[in-house]
Design a protein around this ligand. Sequence first.
Ligand SMILES: Nc1ncnc2c1ncn2[C@@H]1O[C@H](COP(=O)(O)OP(=O)(O)OP(=O)(O)O)[C@@H](O)[C@H]1O
Ligand SMILES: [Mg+2]
Length: 354
Amino acid sequence: MNPFKFGTIVEGDFFTDRNTELDQLKHKLDSENHIVLISPRRFGKSSLVFKTLSQIDRPQIFLDLQYILSVNDFSTQLMRGIFKLYPYEKIKHLFSHFRIIPTLSTNAVSGAMEVSFHPSSDTDIMLEDSMSLLQKICQQSDKRPIVVIDEFQEVTKIQRGFDKQLRSLMQVQKGLNYIFLGSQESMMEEIFEKKKSPFYHFGQIMHLGKIPYDDFLTYIQSRLPNNNSDTSIHIAEEILSFTQCHPYYTQQLASQVWEMMEYNHITDNVVSQAVENLIRLHDLDFERIWLNQNRTDRATLKRLATNTPANHIQQPPSTIQSSLKRLLQNGYIIKTDAYSVEDPFFNRWIKANV
Ligand SMILES: Nc1ncnc2c1ncn2[C@@H]1O[C@H](COP(=O)(O)OP(=O)(O)OP(=O)(O)O)[C@@H](O)[C@H]1O
Ligand SMILES: [Mg+2]
């Protein structure tokens, strides 16, 4: 079986490093504090949180704001999460405070409890009631629940004032930890670091970086075919030099390289051939992304892809800054030590085509 995996949460043998972060998360969860975990897309936030939570015996609820379109949706998803943990029969006495009674039914196939609120119900009340149900459960439960909210930066887009309302309900809750995950770093920082934001300093911020070079090198090399040879070390080094240790793209490229070595018995120039294959595969996507950018942003992408210093560009600094901000927000570039194009394959595509 291909020993590299990308695109979904990784666990077990597919998961490497992050021991320090794992310990830090566990320690923080041992307090009454909430946690904010920030990184660019596909750096491994979900994998890290899942791994941490798999080692902790506490009730867990997962919500993803990317798929929550309204306050009604949020309250419904929260209730579903609660019912997954606690059967209705055991908590039905806690519903006496509900002002809008949700419709509850059992899914005949999965056996899961389905919840829905009438679309015209008052969403403020729905939210207050479901959040206070969560609080009552925390008071009753001997194990403190953990509520993970993914893509939390979306909180400002769901409905005007929703962030304020949510914060005021969360701040009175006790006996649980929230973990807020977010991949749009600038927006997450605005939410948790800006004084005027309702969530100002609401949780302890942790930034997740790339996977350290040495660890990733051993991880890749030990999984390649002929893993004891100098060739496999060299190939692993080439992979990391191309992906710069980005967790997702490293696994993607390593997976392609492994396939070509294992099935096609290619070793010479295998990394460059794998890169070419993957670029060809995504050619249309890259073209579409490129065509969707305005001229200023194209110039910025080209400058970053070709490592051209900003002062070699004939644009006012303010234009350059706003372009960087826009591209960062849209996830096309990331900022670690410096700005760079997020996807190393797109980076190579720009260099080759523009
Ligand atoms: N600890 C790890 N060891 C090895 N590979 C990893 C690790 N963490 C992440 N990856 C690689 O990165 C990919 C993305 O991981 P994950 O989905 O956890 O990231 P994420 O930050 O939650 O992404 P998103 O921003 O899309 O929610 C995984 O499929 C895997 O290929
Ligand atoms: Mg994720």
